[in-house]
Design a protein around this ligand. Structure first.
Ligand code: TXA
Ligand code: MG
Length: 350
């Protein structure tokens, strides 16, 4: 397939950009596939009300068809067309929409089964990215979109990632530069006013607990690690976001980690915080194999960089990749959740 690529500066949507977005919106309405930026990650969009269009998403991504899609709306009240809302939905919408929050609600019949993968619920999100917002408006309907990576790879957080995974597989790719959050949206399920966190993201559990002090956290979020944290059960089912080299998380303090890596004989890479780069280099790790996640205390920077760093490591044919075990306070929970998956739960307790 011949993919058209539109480059648009999200901070300056001029008349030319508007024309491109109008054309992309029309393509969506015609059942075509359009990759577009959001504030979280790039999405692989199709008409969320058209069962055949939604089916094409699964083909383009190589995604198992039992994994449901999120539908993207332009305004929070548009949810009424697709889901049975309740007051808690509007409370969350007032606080966090548009933005990196996805809400799971009982689905109306207007949502095709190919979108919900047969579930009785639907996941809905109202992105804040100006390109995403305008595109949904032009399409005039909800846009179903998973992250625009090939199934199993890290989600794309800039135009180049989206192009490298999706060129030739979709009709249009809109390159709108870098995503500001860098990890997929927080997903929360609403049940009669009660909240369950299904996936951590840019909206933190602490922020959600203001709306439900008894916020439940689904087991899968923290990986349901067995005692002793050395589970090594890398079932493909749990392997997402995976770099080519196997990633292993090192659970220990800096000294323990330095000691551990000094015993390694493989060609390994080290993901670390900016503050520690020089220490690894002094200890003999070649500089190009030290990958900076961000500053130790800047969780937003770590979230923004994680997927790009995982992709970057693929350029070095490494035997193995190490990273310190992240904390899971605040936004850290989202980073932690993605890293344990990227590592297929391989954690070494030092
Ligand atoms: O930030 C995001 O959410 C990005 C951008 C493009 O919006 N999208 C994204 O989609 O991350 P995807 O398909 O990669 O992840 C959607 C997740 C999947 O884990 C899926 O299982 C879950 O949402 N999901 C979708 N519908 C659901 C439902 N009805 N109940 C529970 N989980 C659902
Ligand atoms: Mg995804």
């Amino acid at each position: 397939m011949n993919t058209k690529i539109f480059k648009i500066d999200p901070s300056n949507i001029d008349v030319v950009a508007e024309e491109s977005l109008k054309a992309a919106g029309k393509s969506l309405a015609d059942g075509k596939l359009v990759v577009f930026p959001t504030e979280t990650v790039y999405g692989l969009g199709a008409d969320g009300t058209n069962p055949d269009a939604a089916r094409r998403i699964y083909e383009a991504k190589g995604r198992p068809s039992d994994n449901p899609l999120i539908i993207h709306i332009a305004e929070p009240s548009d949810a009424e067309q697709y889901a049975y809302t309740e007051p808690m939905y509007y409370a969350l919408a007032a606080a966090f929409m548009p933005g990196p929050l996805t809400v799971v609600l009982p689905a109306k019949d207007s949502v095709p089964k190919t979108v919900t993968a047969g579930l009785s619920t639907v996941a809905i999100r109202c992105p804040s990215h100006p390109i995403a917002h305008r595109l949904i408006e032009f399409a005039g309907r909800a846009i179903a979109a998973p992250s625009a990576n090939l199934s199993g790879s890290p989600s794309p957080t800039c135009g180049d990632h989206a192009i490298s995974d999706m060129n030739g597989r979709v009709d249009i790719i809109i390159d709108g530069g870098e995503c500001s959050v860098g990890l997929e949206s927080t997903i929360v399920k609403i049940d009669d006013g009660r909240l369950t966190l299904l996936r951590p993201g840019g909206i933190t559990p602490e922020e959600l607990s203001i709306f439900d002090p008894e916020l439940k956290i689904a087991d899968a979020v923290l990986g349901a690690l067995p005692e002793g944290t050395r589970p090594l059960s890398p079932g493909m089912k749990y392997k997402h976001y995976a770099p080519q080299a196997p990633l292993v998380l090192l659970d220990g303090d800096n000294e323990q980690i330095f000691k551990y890596i000094s015993r390694q004989t493989d060609k390994f890479g080290m993901i670390c915080y900016r503050e520690e780069v020089e220490i690894y280099v002094r200890r003999g790790v070649p500089r190009e194999r030290v990958f900076v996640l961000g500053s130790r205390n800047d969780l937003a920077e770590q979230a923004r960089n994680l997927f790009a760093v995982l992709r970057e490591t693929d350029r070095f044919s490494l035997d193995c990749l190490f990273a310190p075990m992240p904390s899971y306070q605040g936004l850290g929970m989202a980073v932690y959740n993605r890293m344990i998956r990227a590592a297929a739960h391989q954690i070494i307790k030092l």
